[in-house]
Design a protein around this ligand. Structure first.
Ligand SMILES: Nc1ncnc2c1ncn2[C@@H]1O[C@H](COP(=O)(O)OP(=O)(O)OP(=O)(O)O)[C@@H](O)[C@H]1O
Length: 794
């Protein structure tokens, strides 16, 4: 092999024996015709991501020979090209073949004489290359199309590979743009930032440089702005970013390789992206257009539901009577706020119910459903055609809990709406055919999901939203539930009385104290159902190992013991703790089956968590399962390693390529555990990641414990979390609601003690941006604030 020459194989594809349509990954054998390696067998297995590969066709593959631990030597292709006729003779017979009607031998010779041995490349690059043949436009076009359809995917993927994209990302890009891949990318590589998940600004920027796009090119500035807004809202959970901060940050990023100040160009770029309809600016706030639209859409849907509600047909007396029946049926006496909640939910189009653990939210949902059935003479039989009640929650676990406590079908919001949890959801416009909709665990619902949910509600439906507003807000941007409550536009009940009867339980009281910001020594005292072990982060793994061993000696099933940590990195982080606990509860033993995926080993009985939504398998993000089978590649006809996982009675088999969708779950993030409860929760909290020490995070973790809670770590980390009063997320949903419901804002914000005014520096008008608040030197004389406004407002 010549120096610098990449290892290659040329050969005909014999049999494709694996294809993943999602990422174009394929495995096949080729009959080797030529190679610059020392491979001397007639066939070789080739793996990689390929656009179109046809059996019996000849290709040239570049890559490397690897020694797969199980399958032996194979060629891992990083790029490929359809093998083309290169010699004069081969080219002539290619062009005169049946593929190109109208071209005989003579014309084929003419083509090769005129264009030479790289005739195919020339035709692909220049649509006029064949003009000299004077075949007429239609015929010429047909020939070009025939050649490019053969070579399109291959060419695009080849080029993407040369641009430095790995096979998976290249495949994703090709899937997005298809035939126009190269054209689109060459025109504006920064479009990848918006269009293709996994391509960030830096990546696009590297490509742009190769394509000769300069540092202050408007496309570069636009790309940086869009990426920065997305990154910032995802990081903060706000639904917008302050204009000045955005401009400063983007200017900083763009300045990295040039010293000239770009502020004025960034401001101009912002105006352009706004014109393009990707971002939107209002009062100094910059939004992703989608998120801003979602806030408006939510407000409008809520207004529609409110306006179309026709009231109820029964009297207050009838309600009181029915409440008595329900009390006797369920053998419970509702306290005043509970009774009020039941009545309000049944007499209003939209009702919000919030309360901490054990305050009776589930109890109220039961009562609402029962009373609704009786008062409206509505059937509670799900099998009946007239059944019109929908119960849903954001996670599978929470939905299951809801289903069990009501005895009625409950499902995830995704499933209720027929969403797939993929990017296609953005375009979904579902419609909900029910008269009463109850959503539990509302604090976990983010802006975009709520938009789709509430838009699906039909006129005349009653909507009851239930949750604990003090828990962590949703992972995605927004804080829908607390915004709705704080708007004070909708009837709301805040349940405060703890009803859970087990008088020995001190966990619930602790949770309420944390929520109130009360630090008493009691937090760190050992009680019958909770304890605190003071140690530093280095000792956390060791202490945890001991607790886990003890708990299993005492008969606790590891499925009931959940370690919850706020962060992934570090000694006390999720990744390390999973490794440590796995070695305690499920260590490697001789003759035991084990499979690896990177650094992670999976064994039978391992506890794992599912990380995506796959409704077709009935498994959803956050569900915890147990590995019950390992089928090695050599043991099955597909020749791939498989894991069989039991998700609470639902057995799912995952091929190796899908293992990225699971993780060990001895320890999971507090975010992931939201909506689930466990018999025993072990909570390590250390000072290392101080930005994680939030009151709502601690509160959420503590409220996951049903029976036992063990807190481990720095006492000061717990104290800091309880003391934390970090500000709420910045959103404008309340304003959208006030505008849509025509509520006078000034009156509202004066009354509203729970939502303090935003700090002054955040209330930036675009005038302030324009008035050179950032850099007095920039010349923006010709720019006026309305340039930044959405057409709607201008
Ligand atoms: N008015 C009441 N009188 C007596 N017991 C009650 C009353 N309300 C609720 N309970 C009981 O208190 C316990 C907690 O109630 P419930 O499960 O409804 O609370 P929750 O707010 O849904 O709690 P969590 O969020 O922790 O699930 C239950 O055992 C329930 O039966």
């Amino acid at each position: 092999m010549a120096e610098n020459e990449k290892p290659y194989f040329i050969g005909t594809v014999k049999a494709i024996f694996f294809e993943n349509p999602e990422n174009l990954y394929k495995i096949f054998t080729i009959k080797v015709k030529k190679t610059n390696t020392d491979w001397d067998a007639g066939d070789i297995v080739v793996t990689g991501s390929f656009g179109e590969i046809s059996e019996e066709e000849e290709y040239r593959f570049e890559g490397q020979i690897i020694d797969h631990p199980k399958y032996g030597k194979q060629f891992q292709a990083t790029s490929y090209k359809q093998s083309r006729p290169t010699g004069r003779k081969e080219l002539i017979s290619f062009f005169s073949s049946d593929e190109f009607p109208g071209i005989g031998k003579k014309k084929a010779e003419k083509i090769v004489d005129e264009l030479g041995n790289d005739a195919i490349d020339k035709i692909l690059q220049d649509p006029h290359a064949l003009d000299f043949l004077k075949l007429g436009e239609e015929k010429t076009q047909n020939i070009i199309e025939q050649i490019s359809s053969n070579h399109q995917a291959e060419q695009a993927l080849y080029q993407l590979n040369h641009y430095g994209f790995g096979p998976t990302l290249s495949a994703r890009i090709y899937q997005k743009y298809g035939a126009q891949t190269l054209e689109k990318i060459n025109d504006d590589p920064y479009r990848l930032v918006i269009d293709v998940k996994g391509v960030g600004f830096k990546r696009a920027d590297e490509l742009a440089k190769r394509l000769g796009i300069t540092g202050d090119d408007p496309r570069r500035i636009k790309g940086a702005l869009i990426q920065m807004v997305t990154a910032m809202v995802n990081e903060t959970g706000d639904t917008y970013v302050p204009g000045t901060e955005l401009i400063q940050r983007v200017t900083g990023v763009l300045r990295s390789n040039s010293q000239t100040d770009m502020t004025d160009k960034v401001v101009a770029g912002l105006r352009d992206v706004v014109k393009d309809g990707v971002l939107l600016v209002e009062d100094g706030k910059v939004y992703e257009k989608d998120l801003s639209d979602s806030e408006w859409s939510i407000a409008q849907s809520l207004k529609m539901i409110t306006d179309t509600f026709k009231g109820v047909s029964w009297t207050k007396r009838a309600f009181k009577k029915e409440l008595k029946h329900v009390e006797s049926d369920f053998d419970v006496k509702y306290d005043d706020s509970q009774a009020q909640a039941i009545e309000q939910s049944l007499t209003h189009p939209i009702f919000l119910l919030t309360g901490g653990p054990g305050t009776g939210k589930t109890t109220i949902i039961n009562a609402i459903v029962a009373a609704y059935g009786k008062l409206n003479d509505a059937t509670l039989d799900p099998a009946s055609d007239d059944y019109a009640i929908s119960l849903a929650a954001p996670t599978g676990r929470a939905a299951k809990h809801m289903g069990e406590s009501t005895g009625l079908p409950a499902m995830t919001i995704h499933r209720l709406l027929g969403l797939t949890g993929t990017e296609d959801d953005e375009f979904a416009e579902p419609s909900l055919d029910c008269k009463l909709l109850i959503i539990d665990e509302m604090s976990m619902v983010d802006t975009k999901l709520f938009k789709t949910l509430i838009k699906a509600v039909q006129p005349g439906t009653q909507v009851v939203l239930v949750g604990d507003k003090d828990q962590l807000p949703s992972v995605g941007p927004g804080q829908i539930f607390s915004d709705l409550i704080n708007s004070e536009v909708f009837p709301t009940t805040i349940l405060k009385n703890i009803h859970r009867q087990d008088s020995d339980s001190t966990i619930i009281q602790l949770a309420h104290d944390i929520n109130e910001g009360i630090i008493v020594d009691d937090v760190f005292q050992n009680r019958s159902d909770r304890s605190f072990i003071n140690c530093n982060s280095r000792n956390v793994p060791d202490v945890l190992s001991q607790i886990i061993s003890k708990s299993s000696e005492r008969g606790f099933d590891i499925a009931d013991v959940q370690v919850l940590a706020p962060m992934y990195r570090g000694q006390a982080g999720i990744d390390n703790l999973n490794f440590v606990i796995q070695n305690v509860v499920n260590p490697m033993k001789p003759k035991r089956k084990e499979v690896s995926m990177g650094n992670i080993k999976y064994r039978i009985n391992d506890k794992v968590v599912y990380l995506v939504n796959t409704p077709e398998d009935n498994v959803f993000n956050g569900e915890i399962g147990k590995i019950v089978g390992i089928i090695k590649a050599k043991e099955n006809t597909d020749k791939v390693d498989k894991l069989v996982i039991d998700f609470d009675g639902n057995e799912v088999t995952l091929d190796r390529k899908d293992w990225a969708n699971i993780a060990l779950a001895y320890c999971t993030s507090i975010h992931k555990a939201q909506g689930s409860e466990f018999e025993m929760v072990i909570l390590p909290l250390v000072n290392e990641e101080s930005r994680m020490l939030r009151r709502n995070l601690l509160y959420t973790a503590v409220t996951r414990a049903k029976r036992l809670l063990i807190m481990v770590g720095d006492r000061s980390a717990f104290e800091r979390s309880i003391r934390d009063q970090s500000s709420e997320r910045q959103t404008t949903l309340k304003e959208r609601i006030y505008d849509t419901f025509k509520v006078k804002r000034d009156v509202k914000s004066q009354d509203d003690e729970t939502t303090p005014e935003k700090p002054q520096e955040y209330i930036l008008t675009m005038d302030m941006v324009m008035n050179n608040a950032i850099n007095p030197m920039i010349g923006m004389e010709n720019v006026i604030p309305s340039d930044f406004m959405d057409k709607k407002e201008a």
